[in-house]
Design a protein around this ligand. Structure first.
Ligand SMILES: O=C(O)CCC(=O)C(=O)O
Length: 508
């Protein structure tokens, strides 16, 4: 989902100034005639509105400008987006791209020669990314752009570095969708997006304190110093991992890639949603990796472990460049999680279960979530709304050596601020056992349950395994939860206004 905000290119930081200037090379060629430039001059110094581009950003996006520039520029009488599209001009940009997405690489390449407009659309990098991933799977060597990667993959004798024409700049092409896509791929995180740090931090607390102050209350906490004995913390970096398992394949989005190829990609990547290495079988593939970390003492009760090989996926190694990350989601199967940063740093934004983050639209049954195209787009278009949000999100930057506890049901978004390596595990303890059972027996469990083949029977299997090991414990947990719910009903008014309070019931 792309927000329909009409963009206006009016940023004031140094690099953007170059970009604003480049707009002057369009038809009018005069700074004075350009209202965006005038706005730029008037607002000089209002730093908080500025965006800063990455040092590696190209100087332009094939010349694409936001639609706001067309309306405010009196010299712009045509939008070459429309003139070059012929009868397709009435379609939205998304629809044009959907149609182009049906073409193979050769036809897409030929289409780029038809008009300026088709040149821009046909060079849209996500189209080439899809072609590469569909046709070459993970067996590609990234060549600085997805189009070049495709050409190099299919025509190895062709020296893509000689092409150069992909840098053509088209004049008078206005499109919010394409401009925003380029902008999101090249934006630095704004300092104000990183400022808020309101998570509770703890060092050296006992397991009892963790349980009573955080796990029982379902509240996030950032734990410092609890990875100090991890060999991984000292050893794991890209050189070590490449030496250990550079030629092994790991899950990267929809494909499996050799680790060394992934690092080669992540070194050069500059896209809105970089591919992210997220592998649930890393410890089976490379047992040494599994032996170089241990579950922090707070998270050792791991009841899905009772299911043996039938347990859902529960641990992942996560590797990604700056800008990669996880957009808003709630963790699978109503589990809680911990996420330990080994290298790099991650910005976290978390909302409690009863607050749907701005810009995020879950379907009524919770099976699907519509959210902005990318994490950076969420920051650009929705983060500001959290300033006035009644329930502020919990935010922090989690650095190497730190662990965040993500309680079940919390929405969270994560973006890597630099190349990062992390381990995360999802788990069920007695504190979230009832939530998990409740989740597993929902009517649409076959759509909701994830990480395992047998989605429908997971409830029965898990409940039986738990009862066999801890007879009578489910009843005790239910009684405890009912008592807690009664205590929570503070007043008559609370109970009649909060529909959830009266509806609290478990039946297993
Ligand atoms: O990108 C990350 O490190 C966060 C991962 C995450 O949110 C998750 O595993 O649920």
């Amino acid at each position: 989902m792309l927000s329909c905000k009409s963009l206006l290119w009016k940023s004031k930081k140094k690099k953007i100034k170059t970009k604003t200037k480049s707009k002057l090379s369009s038809k009018n060629g005069s700074r004075k005639q350009n209202p965006i430039s005038e706005k730029y001059q008037r607002e000089e110094g209002e730093e908080e509105e500025g965006f800063s581009l990455k040092a590696s950003a190209p100087s332009h996006s094939h010349g694409v400008q936001p639609l706001g520039n067309f309306y405010l520029n009196p010299g712009s009488s045509v939008n070459s987006r429309n003139t070059g599209l012929g009868n397709l001009r009435t379609l939205t940009d998304e629809l044009v791209l959907d149609i182009l997405g049906l073409l193979g690489g050769t036809h897409l390449g030929v289409l780029a020669t038809v008009s300026k407009s088709f040149y821009v659309f046909s060079n849209h990098e996500p189209l080439w990314r899809n072609l590469v991933l569909e046709n070459l799977s993970g067996g590609f060597i990234y060549k600085g752009s997805w189009k070049f990667t495709y050409i190099a993959g299919f025509y190895p004798s062709f020296d893509v570095m000689d092409i150069g024409v992909s840098h053509l700049r088209v004049r008078d092409f206005y499109s919010d969708y394409l401009f925003q896509s380029w902008l999101c791929a090249n934006l630095e995180m704004k300092p104000e997006w990183l400022e808020r740090d309101n998570i509770v931090r703890r060092r050296g607390i006992s397991v009892e304190e963790f349980v009573s102050s955080f796990e029982e209350l379902n509240k996030p906490v950032l734990l410092e110093g609890c990875l100090d004995n991890w060999a991984a913390l000292e050893k794991w970096d890209r050189d070590y991992l490449i030496q250990l398992c550079g030629d092994l394949r790991f899950s990267v989005g929809p494909v499996e890639m050799k680790l060394e190829d992934y690092f080669r990609y992540s070194d050069q990547v500059r896209e809105e949603r970089p591919l992210y290495l997220f592998d649930p079988k890393f410890a089976e593939k490379v047992p040494r990796l599994g032996s170089e970390y241990e579950v922090p003492v707070y998270f050792r009760e791991d009841l899905f472990g009772l299911l043996g090989n039938e347990r859902p996926d529960y641990r992942w190694i996560i590797i990604g460049p700056a800008g990669s990350g996880s957009s808003f989601h709630i963790d699978p199967n109503s589990t809680s999680a911990w996420n330990a940063v080994i290298k790099g740093s991650k910005k976290w934004v978390l909302f409690p279960p009863d607050v749907v983050p701005p810009g995020v639209h879950p379907s009524p049954d919770g099976a699907e979530v519509a959210c902005p195209v990318s994490i950076i787009e969420w920051f650009m278009n929705f983060y500001g709304a959290t300033k006035t949000w009644k329930k502020k999100p919990i935010e922090c930057i989690c650095k190497a050596g730190e662990v965040i506890f993500v309680p079940n049901g919390w929405w969270h978004l994560v973006i890597n601020l630099e190349e990062s390596i992390a381990i995360t595990q999802n788990y069920v303890s007695r504190r979230n056992m009832l939530n998990v059972l409740d989740f597993l027996q929902r009517p649409n469990a076959s759509e909701l349950v994830s990480g395992t083949r047998d989605r429908v029977n997971l409830y029965e299997k898990f409940k039986n395994a738990f009862e066999a090991s801890f007879p009578g414990t489910i009843d005790q947990l239910v009684k405890k939860a009912e008592k807690k719910a009664k205590e929570k009903r503070l007043s008559f008014w609370d109970s009649v206004t909060d529909s959830k309070a009266g509806a609290f019931k478990f039946s297993f």
